[in-house]
Design a protein around this ligand. Structure first.
Ligand code: PEP
Ligand code: MN
Length: 355
């Protein structure tokens, strides 16, 4: 999809991976905001995040400080020279954030999942030029994520980025939100010129996962990281278990290995050529296999045999899967592959039967 986007980089932000946005889950008190921002600024962080309005799963929790916190963000801008970013979930939030000169807006995961809410925000953004970052919806629905991006784009916003914060699931064994990396990767394939920022804090849900998830994001060529930090993480009013001190953040950023997406060496070109040739062989072999299936289809029709021969199919599937170990391929992969091949064979034979 071709979107005519402009860079989300604000003046003075270096065009270098990763773009880093950090700050507390929520603005709690003026002291907490100023102290966290001061420590972050001293570590070279240029974009400060803080939630002013907090969508909480259950009532009774801290739902954000509201407009009062915008005054503190303005102080962060003025006294520390940082850019500030916050989440907006309604048209009123947009108006208030803009009135207080917030530099970057983001749309949270619960909001991205609701087209009415996104449209309301989009309408409030008509005629405004500000970077907007759109988190993935809580459910793993790429089209819904793209739909939210399109609504904001159609409102005339050109500086758009996506935030990958993982997807809700019942299973919370390792991650708070499953990364399902293939979804942001597919988003990148569909809208290649849109930067994607990873949110390891909300994916991991715990401090110790922030470093490995950030590294994975860099290995997958993400453009940036949004990481929750707090001057006193254990005392945070929301998401305490996933917040880190600015000092730990610095340490994590220093140890990240940043690999280059674009540079390709001579060796890589050679290997890619081999891959292209092998893929061609696979496709030719598959086409040949389908021709044989069609001959079988003709035979079955002439002899009044059913297309689906369950026993034969089962035997074939077991045999191919059994080869997985010696081929160094996973059972799951071989199963998916042969189920798909069989489905296509059945489709070809059905056409012959119904001719
Ligand atoms: C947040 O960034 O603090 C937040 C509420 O995130 P999400 O919308 O990803 O749950
Ligand atoms: Mn949070």
């Amino acid at each position: 999809m071709e979107l005519e986007l402009e860079s989300i980089l604000l003046p003075g932000i270096e065009d270098k991976r990763p773009i880093v946005i950090s700050g507390p889950c929520s603005a709690e008190t003026e002291e907490q905001v100023m102290e966290t921002a001061k420590q972050l600024a001293s570590k070279g962080i240029k974009i400060f995040r803080a939630g002013i309005w907090k969508p909480r799963t259950k009532p009774g929790g801290f739902e954000g400080i509201g407009v009062e916190g915008l005054v503190w963000l303005k102080r962060v801008k003025k006294e520390l020279g940082m850019y500030v970013a916050t989440e907006v979930a309604t048209a009123q939030h947009v108006r208030e954030a803009l009135a207080f000169d917030v530099d970057i807006l983001w749309i949270g995961a619960r909001t991205s999942a609701n087209p009415f809410a996104v449209q309301e925000i989009a309408d409030a953004l008509e005629g405004v030029d500000i970077p907007v970052l759109i988190k993935n919806p809580v459910n793993p629905d790429l089209e819904l994520w793209i739909g939210a991006i399109q609504r904001i784009y159609n409102a005339g916003i050109k500086r758009i980025g996506a935030i990958h914060r993982g997807f809700s699931s019942f299973d919370k064994k390792i991650y708070r939100n499953l990364p399902q990396w293939h979804i942001p990767m597919e988003l990148h394939r569909r809208i290649p010129n849109m930067p994607i920022i990873c949110d390891p804090s909300h994916i991991g849900g715990k401090r110790e996962l922030i470093a490995p998830i950030s590294q994975q994001a860099m290995d997958l060529a993400f453009d940036g990281l949004i990481i929750e930090s707090h001057c006193n993480p254990d005392k945070a009013w929301s998401d305490a278990s996933q917040q880190i001190t600015p000092e730990v953040l610095e340490c994590i950023l220093d140890t990240l290995v940043i690999r280059d997406e674009k540079q390709s060496t001579e060796n890589l070109t050679q290997l890619r050529k081999q891959i292209d040739e092998l893929d061609n062989d696979i496709l030719e072999t598959l086409a040949k296999r389908m021709r044989v299936c069609e001959e079988i289809g003709v035979y079955k029709k002439e002899h009044n045999l059913s297309v689906l021969q369950t026993a034969r199919y089962d035997e074939l599937l077991q045999d191919r899967i059994a080869q997985s170990l010696s081929l160094g391929l996973s059972e799951d992969f071989l199963k998916t592959l042969f189920v798909a091949i069989h489905e296509e064979s059945v489709r070809h034979q059905m056409e012959i039967m119904n001719k």
